[in-house]
Design a protein around this ligand. Sequence first.
Ligand code: ADP
Ligand code: ASP
Ligand code: MG
Length: 404
Amino acid sequence: MARIVQKFGGTSVGDIARIKNVALRVKAEVDRGNQVAVVVSAMSGVTNQLVDYCTQMAPLHDAREYDAVVATGEQVTSGLLAIGLQELGIQARSWAGWQIPIISDDAHGKARIESINGAAMIAEMEKGHVAVIAGFQGIAPGNRVSTLGRGGSDTTAVALAAALKADRCDIYTDVDGVYTTDPRIVKSAKKLDKVTYEEMLEMASLGAKVLQTRSVEMAMKHHVRVQVLSSFSDARGTLVCDEDEIVEKALVSGIAYSRDEAKVTLIGVQDAPGIAAGIFGPLATANINVDMIVQNISRDGTTDVTFTTPRADLERALKVVKDSMKVPYKSIDTDKAVVKVSVIGVGMRSHAGVAQTMFKALADKNINIHIISTSEIKVSVLISEEYTELALRALHTAYGLDAA
Ligand code: ADP
Ligand code: ASP
Ligand code: MG
């Protein structure tokens, strides 16, 4: 007998027929004699609708009430799935975040899980009952409902798998695994049998939405065996695991993209010690993430500094630059129509020339690179958004990733 956490995403629970289909998949696991906890997302589109309601009430709203609103989507599906399981003769009940409890910090809207007490749930599961958990939510200090950031049900599932000491965490979604790049954009993308925690972490944080970044961090930390698979087919999925479990390591295992970027250029900044600190200090104080940075060579004692921020934070970043930054500059330029494209692979550690292949492939398609950044296992470039698909396809071919 194994203890398994299954997670079903928004498309998988998109309507009543699909929730009934999920109930059958859960039953199959129960029939194999396993203890099962199931985490569900809201029906696809519901969270967006709830977010939109909050914005319509007030563009700048109380984050605690936003959480109270957006957490409801998952409560609906957890109750419905419990009913579906009961209809199949399985003893099941729903659990909201606060009932378990899943304790989080108070960063409403993007709260972090601090602890999970799995005791009550384990006691039920040992009686053969299925626990159906509303994903994406927890309970914050002050007894307030919290949510874990968009895509957060993945993190609920992995955190729960760690807390319950589950043998496996199966993430069921609308594609049948992790691919070399988004299979909806590049048709020749290949499914990976296995991917390392490290690569998956980079892919997720660089834009591959198939797993929330924090869920991968959590899996890596607690050695949770995560499998990504389809709720619509029985195809074998992708296992996220330690590097030593992978025999054949590819040089580049994936290409990710993120449209969540905006570029800011400060033109005519003085080229002197302390300037970078003077620019980025106020942004850090305002809790605005700065990702890629480039500073031009100084010509006449002045220079241009370009950086990227999340697109959603651009207006706030500009306000900080104008109101709180003390560094003088001549003018400011912004661009929202940019995309960050990244190639990722642990093989890069031991091989030269990976970045050059990227630059050449983009040059051959006449795609201009605005900013470059690298780390041990990835190279990222910022380019104009209109070239996203062209760049992804060109890079996929250049690294020999196209499916035969
Ligand atoms: P769920 O609702 O099940 O959580 P998501 O929409 O969050 O599903 O994530 C699945 C989607 O991730 C896929 O439909 C696919 O378009 C996208 N995706 C992006 N990059 C990749 C990748 N490298 N491999 C697989 N899917 C990817
Ligand atoms: N329903 C939430 C969202 O759309 C959480 C999730 O699906 O994982 O972001
Ligand atoms: Mg998701």
